[in-house]
Design a protein around this ligand. Structure first.
Ligand code: C2O
Length: 544
């Protein structure tokens, strides 16, 4: 195993998209940021220097960070942000993970432009559990705003309303030729006939789940979130923000140009969103090349934006390659609601949420508030009181008909708090994640830091602990770090709490985390060095 050193300089860089040039926050002047390619077992040492005028942190999405929670990155959870002019070195080892992950800023909405792929290759003496692909390409789906994303979130926070929708979706930072001023920069993936290639799809969008498809080519899904899957073929995949999916494609079509395309899967009713399509082009090198104009690519068919059937057909097809060790003797049987809510507008202000209120969101009626003066992990490690409380509820304070169309208005106002749920080292955890229809039901991509979990079941309606347990797949469920909890439905996940530290769990739609759709687990140390959080690095940023 190697130690890889990298420098990340966070800086303002002029980037031109949709006919306009903006000063954009980038890493090393690149947008998207640099792709990191490592081998399972390697250690990454990334020195982040902040030359921008905003606080920043970097999160290595999906990396287990075993005993190294200090390198996880969410601001005010595991570290205080890197101030303008400051720096911090993230140091962590990749232990037992292979496939596609990514890194992104974890401070305000900076991840809109501060992100990149993190590819983990198998160790030299091992290989993929599928035939070696001829080529590999990351496809990073994103969103682009004509405005500065920090201004977009500040505006939404000030008014209490929904955030402005983005102006384009992007593939590897480019909107693609269906958008204005974008055709000459459309991403082209060159291929030869008769080869099998690995496409690593990452959803880095800020606020939208996305469907992805390729004209004329079936995809064989072989992995997700840096875990292998039992291969199956499909025409369309769905990714919530935070999720990755590795697919093989065989170039068995007549030589030509074929669109790869992504657009929104949006399950919430009565809300506006960006329903445009981003494209890249799969180009056979042997395709005929007419003198005047390049061949018009073939366009794929994509599901409608509200096609929950297509989304769930995909997510319920995922299986681990063979029998896995799902925890069975459950020590912590938790039930968390995930959903939106509304706060009354502060006196003397006008709010632009529904009924003149301001949007909020919660888990078990707690709307997560980040601390300001310490990170939760620092406060925990140094025994500093008053930063967080350990009373995050295991169940919703009131049980109700979660998916009914008329949930009582009394339930719409969650309580703000910085609450964590304490887990003993090694406990077997099950969480039922239940969507609520408060304000609007919606598919929520829920991510847990520091862990992968088995998704043992998902379904629609209210979870029923009598009948739905019979649907659990305890044989070969998929292992992921982000689960798309079905709209008006539920998902059940299981994991062993074997990584000490403080770990954020949140909806990966950034507008929802801004509203408070988050909580954190505090996992205690076990016994001995291998079960104990390492000491904090000397350069860990202080809050003031
Ligand atoms: Cu991909 Cu908390 O993040």
């Amino acid at each position: 195993a190697e130690v890889q050193y990298h420098d990340f300089v966070v800086q303002e860089t002029p980037v031109k998209r949709l006919c306009k040039t903006h000063s954009t926050i980038t890493v090393n002047g690149q947008f998207p940021g640099p792709t990191l390619e490592v081998t399972n077992g390697d250690t990454l040492v990334v020195k982040v220097v902040n030359k921008a005028q905003y606080n920043v942190t970097i999160h290595w999405h999906g990396i287990r960070q075993l005993r190294t929670a200090w390198a996880d990155g969410p601001e005010f959870v595991t570290q205080c942000p890197i101030r303008p002019g400051g720096s911090y070195t993230y140091r962590f080892t990749i232990e037992g993970q292979e496939g596609t992950l990514w890194w992104h800023a974890h401070s305000s909405w900076l991840r809109a432009t501060v992100y990149g792929a993190l590819i983990i290759h198998p160790k030299a003496d091992s290989s993929y559990p599928f035939p070696k692909p001829k080529r590999e390409a990351p496809i990073i789906l994103g969103e682009w705003w004509d405005a500065n994303p920090i201004d977009v979130v500040n505006e939404a926070t000030r008014t209490g309303g929904a955030a402005n929708i983005s102006d384009a979706y992007t593939i590897n930072g480019q909107p693609g030729d269906l958008y204005n001023c974008s055709s000459s920069d459309t991403v082209i993936i060159p291929v030869d006939s008769g080869e099998t290639n690995l496409i690593r799809v990452i959803n880095a969008a800020l606020n939208n789940e996305l469907f992805f498809t390729i004209a004329g080519h079936q995809m064989t899904v072989v992995g997700a979130d840096a875990s292998y899957l039992k291969p199956f073929t499909t025409n369309v995949i769905m990714l919530g923000p935070g999720q990755t999916t590795d697919v093989l494609i065989t170039t068995n079509q007549p030589p030509g140009r074929y669109y790869m395309a992504a657009r929104a899967y949006f399950s919430a009713q009565n809300a506006s969103f960006d329903n445009t399509t981003t494209t890249a082009i799969l180009e056979y090198k042997s395709a005929p090349c007419p003198a005047k104009q390049p061949l018009k690519p073939i366009f794929p068919s994509l599901p409608a934006f509200n096609d929950t059937g297509a989304a769930s057909a995909f997510t319920t097809s995922l299986r681990s390659p063979s029998k896995v060790n799902v925890p069975t003797d459950i020590d912590e049987n938790l039930f968390f609601t995930v959903g939106l809510g509304l706060f009354d507008c502060p006196r003397g202000q006008t709010c632009s949420g529904p009924n003149g209120k301001r949007f909020t969101a919660s888990m078990n009626n707690v709307s997560f508030a980040l601390p300001r003066n310490f990170s939760i992990l620092q406060a925990h490690h140094h025994g500093i009181n008053g930063v967080f409380t350990t009373d995050f509820p295991a169940f919703p304070p009131v049980q109700f008909d979660y998916t009914s169309n008329n949930v009582s208005q009394a339930l719409w106002q969650p309580v703000p708090g910085t609450k964590v749920y304490r887990l003993k080292y090694g406990s077997n955890v099950q969480i039922v994640l239940q969507d609520t229809s408060i304000v609007t039901p919606e598919n929520h991509p829920i991510h847990i830091h520091g862990y992968d979990f088995y998704i043992v079941a998902e379904g629609f309606g209210n979870f029923n602990s009598q009948t739905d347990t019979g649907k659990f797949n305890l044989v070969d469920p998929p292992l992921r770090n982000t689960v798309a909890v079905p709209v008006n439905g539920w998902a059940v996940i299981r994991f062993v709490a074997d990584n000490p530290g403080v770990w954020l769990m949140h909806c990966h739609l950034d507008v929802h985390i801004t509203w408070g759709l988050a909580m954190a687990f505090l996992v205690e140390n076990g016994f001995g060095e291998l079960q104990t959080l390492e000491a904090p690095p000397a350069d860990l940023p202080e809050c003031f």
